[in-house]
Design a protein around this ligand. Structure first.
Ligand code: OAD
Length: 241
């Protein structure tokens, strides 16, 4: 355990009321959701097509039945609960110390833990809408139904997530940029920082307290003021609120 690193992070957190968190799949692994790029992650499993291809806009249009087979088998994990990292972030917000959580995750676990200001860069698996008329649908039809869910207009119902080849929501990106630009402390956790444009958000941070909490190394380790290579739930459980 990196005790010195965690102590420093805790000192910084205690002294600040302007913390922003930016995270990815590694925040949810301790809840039992595999990440994408670790050796046992989603991208290392055998499937007829590479997951990056199945999770793309053109694949969804071409073969929605195969997309939904993958979606229900791999993206939907029933019974997951927020872990210590999600819960600590919610507590820090409640105490007025944390301004926003910016996440690449689509699992809704930050909100389930009680976080209010959550910017979902890649959308949420808990929302759905018709790809033709945009009528909203409940998550049940996409996550627990059978076959390809269809709207009464005949269009295919899709999850409200950002697929590969699709642009991110500009309003959410701009809001994320504003929070990061004005943050005193930016804590980045559980993300390989490999996927753009999300990973590029780091460049908007102007402060002196950039913290990276990630099990493995990232391309941005040398930019950070503090790097902790530990499990994020373990690290956050040692932060006082
Ligand atoms: P990755 O799977 O690329 O990275 C997860 C990172 O979390 C890895 O570097 C792990 O070492 C680390 N990690 C795993 N468990 C951890 C733990 N308990 N504590 C700390 N670190 C841990 O996932 P993302 O960076 O989120 O996009 O991937 C970004 C995007 O790629 C996803 O949003 C998704 C994917 O394709 C789309 O679907 C559009």
């Amino acid at each position: 355990m990196d005790i010195a690193g965690i102590r420093k992070l805790n000192d910084w957190v205690q002294a600040s009321d302007n913390i922003v968190f930016f995270g990815g799949a590694g925040v949810s692994t301790e809840s039992g959701i595999p990440d994408f790029r670790s050796v046992d992650g989603l991208y290392h499993q055998q499937w007829k097509y590479p997951p990056e291809e199945i999770l793309s806009h053109s694949f969804f249009e071409r073969d929605p039945a195969e997309y939904y087979r993958f979606h229900r088998e791999k993206l939907v994990i029933d019974g997951v609960e927020p872990n210590r990292a999600h819960r600590k972030l919610a507590e820090l917000e409640e105490k007025g110390k944390l301004r926003a959580v910016i996440t690449q995750n689509i699992d809704g676990l930050h909100q389930a833990a009680g976080s209010k200001k959550v910017l979902e860069l890649h959308g949420s698996i808990l929302r759905a809408y018709c790809s033709r008329c945009r009528r909203p649908y409940s998550q049940e039809v996409i996550n627990h139904g059978e076959g390809v869910p269809r709207c009464s207009c005949g269009g295919v119902i899709r999850p409200d997530i950002v697929l590969y080849e699709e642009p991110l929501d500009q309003d959410i990106m701009e809001e994320a940029v504003r929070y990061i630009r004005n943050a005193e402390i930016l804590i980045i956790g559980g993300t390989s920082l490999n996927v753009y444009p999300a990973a590029g958000l780091i460049r908007y941070y102007r402060g002196q307290k950039l913290v990276l909490v990630n099990l493995s190394e990232t391309p941005y380790d040398s930019y950070a003021d503090l790097v902790i290579h530990e499990k994020i739930g373990e690290v956050f459980s040692r932060i006082a609120v």
